[in-house]
Write a protein that binds this ligand. Sequence first.
Ligand code: FES
Length: 138
Amino acid sequence: MLYSEKVMDHFSNPRNVGEIEDADGVGEIGNAKCGDIMKMYLKIDDGIITDAKFKTFGCGAAVATSSMATELIKGKSIEDALKLTNQAVVEALDGLPAVKVHCSVLAEQAVRSALSDYYTKQGIDPLPIVGEIKEPEE
Ligand code: FES
């Protein structure tokens, strides 16, 4: 089986799909090569991510990784969310085929992009905290 049960589960039954209307941070990231786009909405209260939702126009692995990423950051502090790596998302999904690992980078960067927007809205320069948001290249 190419995909783990967890990947199939998060693909067929993605968690936290949708938008947050009064989101504190919204991020969007795309992959120019495959054309997939991920949008991430965060609700942040006192440094804690109280809600996370996403919309992904993309491949199954992109849907599964964004679903897992939202699950992993909900209830966590911003600091923890900033530490979320695509590798951690892949591990939480019990792995991804090598050709699909780049899809998880989209999820990681979507979270960072939303956090970057959060800081910008607070009048804080996000660059020293969040770093550069990189569009995955492969
Ligand atoms: Fe584009 Fe998966 S193939 S994100």
